[in-house]
Ligand binder design. Structure first.
Ligand code: DP6
Length: 358
């Protein structure tokens, strides 16, 4: 692809762009992909508020003529060669779209709001924060992304190329990534907002992230997605996710917590069921994961408080509940769940406002 995004010599200058961007929690899960980071089924997530990455991208004209990406990468105030190499590879792939990246010497400084040791996935927040910085850079030099929708779609598109789930973190409230008849303008290339379709009860939904294990997971998401290509249940799963998205959107619009909870929990267990039925099969849940799931279901049955669980590709449990029940649910965590958590850690979060330019 020929791109015109080359900075004229007289406009080359020093500066920086700076964004913070949150993580998200999927209700309909993205699991399985094809081509260049394209999803096998549409997914829907809530954007979180507290679990976020802050990324500052500084740039200066390169000292001499050279090709390729010149990058100095810092994570949590330390130079990090391993992360730097991954980000440089991502930026190198973007050169056909963004040839100006080869004209600049780049420095990236990034920090997470949540403890590194908590074992929560940071690819959604980190890749969305970086993608937003790149879009700010494009707009600064070329003025091509003045329109908010165009800016968000481009950021979501670039985030997707880094990590699929990151495409959804660009928007406040909730978003859908993947083509579906249930959402106008939906696309496999970028996510779109569905925040305006949320009943008020979901706009303030809480997500307490219960940390069961902070260890790095045995099978990466990337490897897990790849195993879906051979999973015998994959076609049925993709059809199920497509159809469920419509049912979920109706529940989100109506404020139907019961339907929401039924789909949410089944999606989490389906995701892990797909892992268990892959070849080779694998388990990411720990005994405490199951104990917490059972405790949540029992607590819900006894109290009638609408509290539900979901899982990412790991052992930690996301506990979702409406704002009005916060005091009761916090008591439940302290009295009944604390002993099941890694060093008693949980990260209180809730549906948030989306990324912010710092
Ligand atoms: C289980 O977005 O981490 O969290 O595109 O390979 O980076 P890559 O995968 P990733 O997969 C996330 C999977 C999930 C479900 C979801 O967030 O939809």
């Amino acid at each position: 692809m020929i791109s015109e995004l080359i900075i004229p010599q007289e406009k080359l200058e020093t500066g920086f762009v700076h964004w913070q961007s949150p993580s998200n929690i999927a209700i309909i899960k993205y699991w399985g992909k094809h081509g260049q980071q394209l999803p096998q089924n549409p997914s829907l997530s809530f954007t979180l508020q507290n679990a976020l990455t802050e990324t500052k991208l500084s740039y200066a004209p390169k000292e001499g003529p050279s090709t390729g990406i010149e990058l100095d990468f810092w994570f949590e105030e330390q130079r990090n060669e391993a992360f730097g190499a991954k980000v440089a590879a991502y930026l190198t792939e973007l050169i056909p779209t963004y040839p100006f990246l080869e004209q600049l010497s780049l420095k990236i400084e990034t920090v997470n709001s949540f403890p590194h040791s908590a074992g929560i996935a940071s690819s959604a927040s980190s890749m969305s924060a970086l993608a937003l910085c790149l879009c700010s850079l494009e707009d600064h030099f070329f003025g091509t992304l003045g329109d908010d929708t165009a800016f968000d779609r481009k950021a979501s598109h670039l985030a997707r190329l880094g990590s699929g789930s990151a495409s959804r973190s660009i928007y406040a409230g909730a978003s859908v990534w993947g083509k579906t008849d249930f959402v106008e303008n939906s696309s496999d290339l970028y996510a779109v907002s569905v925040a305006e379709r949320l009943h008020p009860i979901f706009t303030t939904l809480h997500d307490d992230i219960l940390i069961v294990s902070a260890k790095e997971k045995a099978v990466s998401s990337r490897a897990g997605h790849a195993l879906m290509n051979e999973n015998p249940y994959a076609p049925t799963r993709y059809a199920q996710a497509n159809q469920r998205l419509g049912t979920l959107l109706k529940a989100l619009e109506a404020g139907d917590l019961e339907k929401f909870g039924e789909i949410t929990e089944n999606e989490a267990l389906t995701l892990h069921g797909l892992m268990m039925t892959s070849h080779p099969s694998y388990l990411l849940m720990e005994p405490q994961t199951i104990s917490i799931i059972r405790a949540i279901r029992q607590y819900r049955a006894e109290t009638k408080i609408p509290v539900f669980f979901t899982l990412d590709a790991g052992p930690n449990v996301h506990m979702l509940y409406p704002e009005e029940h916060i005091a009761d649910v916090r008591g439940f965590v302290h009295n009944e769940l604390a002993g099941l958590l890694d060093e008693g850690i949980y990260i209180p979060d809730f549906v948030g406002e989306g990324p912010e330019e710092v």
